[in-house]
Design a protein around this ligand. Structure first.
Ligand SMILES: CC(C)(COP(=O)(O)OP(=O)(O)OC[C@H]1O[C@@H](n2cnc3c(N)ncnc32)[C@H](O)[C@@H]1OP(=O)(O)O)[C@@H](O)C(=O)NCCC(=O)NCCS
Length: 160
């Protein structure tokens, strides 16, 4: 597990594990409660059955998830969600670092993602985790009748 001693007010144990069907209900609820998550129950199940859904737990209680895909040496972060009451305490940063370690151990060296230009917490998280903007998709998202650009980002795992 990554060192998180520099962060304040963290639960004593943050873990990232392969999700099982036991905590799927909690993860579905977290996804449904998050405007920035577009993952449906059906999609979560697909990630789960492919071993690509990871549970984020604080002191053994599921508080979030990370869904991803990979092909050869490249991965795509499709979604990371953390329960609102645990935001801004460094958990996202710890989880991304831990996940990067897992990817590296499988020979993956590049990670891609896209994020809404309005999602400041996520952009800050990715910036500080080593992601760089590589492009934009104009009006890619539609939210409350407004079109929002997607920022495309990449992280070279050799440099983090
Ligand atoms: C994005 C998300 C996973 C970040 O998790 P987190 O545990 O809060 O992240 P951290 O505490 O490690 O914070 C990372 C950075 O974001 C900043 N941040 C966190 N919450 C913030 C907020 N509400 N407003 C502004 N900045 C915020 C932090 O300050 C930190 O930057 P800093 O260290 O430079 O100050 C979380 O906000 C979340 O689950 N959001 C809803 C789902 C989502 O948007 N997922 C991403 C889709 S692309």
């Amino acid at each position: 597990m990554a060192d998180h001693t520099k962060f304040k007010n963290l639960p004593s144990k943050i873990t990232l594990d392969l999700s099982t069907s036991n905590n799927l209900k909690v993860l579905e609820q977290l996804s449904a409660d998050t405007v920035d998550s577009t993952l449906t129950t059906k999609q979560l199940l697909k990630y789960l059955s492919n071993g690509l859904l990871l549970s984020i737990s604080a002191d053994r209680e599921a508080i979030g998830f990370l869904a991803y895909r990979y092909v050869l040496d490249e991965a795509e972060l499709d979604q990371i969600v953390i329960d609102k009451q645990f935001h801004n305490r460094g958990i996202g940063s710890v989880i991304i670092q831990t996940w990067h370690g897992l990817l590296k151990s499988r020979g993956i060296n590049k990670v891609f993602l896209d994020v809404r230009e309005t999602n400041t917490p996520a952009i800050k998280l990715y910036d500080k985790s080593g992601y760089k903007e590589i492009g934009r998709r104009k009006g890619y998202y539609l939210q409350n009748g407004l079109s929002i650009d997607a920022i495309l980002m990449v992280c070279d795992l050799g440099s983090v």
